[in-house]
Design a protein around this ligand. Structure first.
Ligand SMILES: [Zn+2]
Length: 491
């Protein structure tokens, strides 16, 4: 296996005087490639900097789309310190472009809410504010090559929404509000802008975006504007919603077409593993045929629960014959024990019985002996690992929510993301995908599509199809546990 390439995360102070507090969070690859660059500028109403929602997840997302990403932590003390921080950050990235794998000629700022105002300041005030610190970086341009503005604050002219402006300008607010209403400040050399907002944003109305877009269009400058019909303020990566979650891809397309960014396909060879637990009958009627349609692999983990359970819910279960049909379609069948007990405290002889009983049912149908196991209920049970190995199990899946790094993780303790529709299922799905690189895989745990008996594990068919579409559109390879392991660990 080749060395895992991990982005090295480094914090760089912006100024010689470190007490100023502002810094760049740099996520540096060590593969020597020069990538188009995104400087993420989180919002926070010029009162704070929301790194956790509008910083790190956004940088991860653009990283997965093939960009070199940086996050700006700026001062929120008094105007124009935040602006000087942003300009200084642009200069520093260009100055260290070689070392940091950044393409200095294709650098976009990407700001949210008040960070959108700050980003738009970068594209409009670069002639008039001076962010020098007496070093090499001073020689570089501070004009960004493009702007991505997410539900930006643009205008301070409407009295009902001026909190951000008041925090930025304080006692100078009345004097400066027109000057920093950026719809007035677009220049002939303002860089191209991609703008998005939601029509129902109560905090920073979409009108801000409209004003800026109109100012751009009046000067015949490239500007693309998306107003999504629904969504509150602060949607950030938009992961909860499929329509919104596509904005980074659309912004990337804009950068390519309208700002001539040399953006390639992003991270190639990203992998997702799909697993389906508990032998729900629609695994055969819905899931397996759909997966076939998409050309995706998957692992199914059947079990049969207790006799009482079967009396009450038996109709929802796959029969052994039906499990064989899924196997015959080319999917991997793993072992999830016979009756789905918690394994951590199970006496060894009972654990053994649970594993062998299920294996015997599969063998009676001519299904290959399982190589994969899923711990019932999810938690890792160290006590049964020797037993699993004895029965030929090479891979065992938990529900520890991380991406699976085959070079690092114990194959008997594979992490996975359970997806449940009403518990931010879509959010968890997109967030996990943003963490995928060519050296790991996101393993997902589904139950029924939809889930018939265990309603708390439900994912609807509509959502499931969205997810499959997304994987297809974004060139993920979708495999079973076994096939991914063969490609990485054992192959
Ligand atoms: Zn289960």
């Amino acid at each position: 296996m080749e060395n895992v390439k991990i982005a090295q995360i480094r914090e760089v102070k912006l100024w010689k005087d470190p007490s100023l507090g502002s810094y760049l969070s740099c996520r540096l690859h060590n593969d020597g490639r020069k990538r188009p660059t995104i400087l993420v500028i989180p919002g926070g109403g010029y009162g704070c900097v929301c790194m956790d929602t509008e910083g790190y997840p956004i940088a991860e997302k653009f990283e997965s789309l093939g960009f070199q990403t940086f996050i700006l932590f700026y001062r929120v003390t008094r105007y124009p310190e935040a602006q000087l921080d942003a300009f200084r950050a642009i200069r520093l990235i260009r100055c260290h472009a070689e070392e940091w794998g950044a393409d200095p000629d294709h650098l976009a700022v990407c700001g949210f809410s008040a960070g959108g105002h700050l980003s738009a300041c970068c594209g409009t005030l670069f002639h008039e504010l001076d962010a020098k610190d007496g070093d090499e970086a001073d020689k570089f341009s501070q004009r960004p090559d493009a702007m991505i503005l997410s539900y930006p604050v643009i205008t301070f002219r409407r009295t009902q929404y001026i909190g951000t402006g008041q925090r930025l300008l304080r006692e100078k607010f009345e004097e400066m509000r027109d000057i920093l209403s950026l719809e007035n400040r677009v220049l002939p050399d303002t860089p191209p802008a991609y703008i998005w907002a939601t029509a129902t944003d109560q905090l920073v109305p979409a009108e801000n975006s409209l004003l800026f877009a109109r100012a751009m269009w009046e000067r015949f400058l490239p500007c693309e504007l998306h107003i999504y019909p629904d969504g509150p303020h602060g949607m950030a990566a938009g992961y909860e919603r499929r329509d919104l979650s596509m904005w980074p891809e659309q912004a990337k397309e804009f950068l390519k077409v309208s700002a001539s960014f040399p953006v390639e396909g992003g991270v190639k060879g990203r992998t997702v593993v799909l697993t389906f637990d508990d032998a729900v009958c629609n695994h055969l009627s819905t899931v397996a045929p759909l997966l076939k349609e998409y050309g995706f692999g998957a692992t199914f983990f059947p079990c049969f629960f207790s006799e009482e359970w079967r009396k009450a819910n038996g109709k929802s279960l796959l029969t052994p014959r039906e499990i064989r049909e899924i196997s015959d379609m080319g999917f991997e069948i793993g072992n999830h024990t016979f009756s789905h007990p918690g394994m951590a405290k199970l006496p060894p002889e009972e654990a053994e019985k649970e594993i062998t009983e299920l294996n015997e049912i599969l063998a009676s149908q001519g299904i290959p002996a399982p190589e994969s196991f899923a711990y019932p209920g999810g938690p890792y049970a160290e006590n049964i690992v020797p037993l699993l190995k004895k029965h030929g199990i090479k891979l065992a899946r938990t529900t520890e929510r991380r991406v699976w790094e085959p070079g690092k993780d114990d194959p008997m303790r594979i992490p996975a993301f359970p997806l449940v529709e009403h518990l931010n299922g879509r959010l968890n799905f997109y967030e996990a995908l943003a963490k995928c690189t060519e050296n790991n895989a996101a393993v997902f745990v589904f139950h029924g599509i939809p889930e018939i008996v265990h309603a708390h594990c439900n994912v609807t068919e509509k959502t499931f199809r969205y997810m499959l579409d997304y994987l297809k559109e974004n060139d993920f390879q979708v495999l079973s546990l076994r096939d991914y392991a063969h490609k990485t660990i054992q192959g």
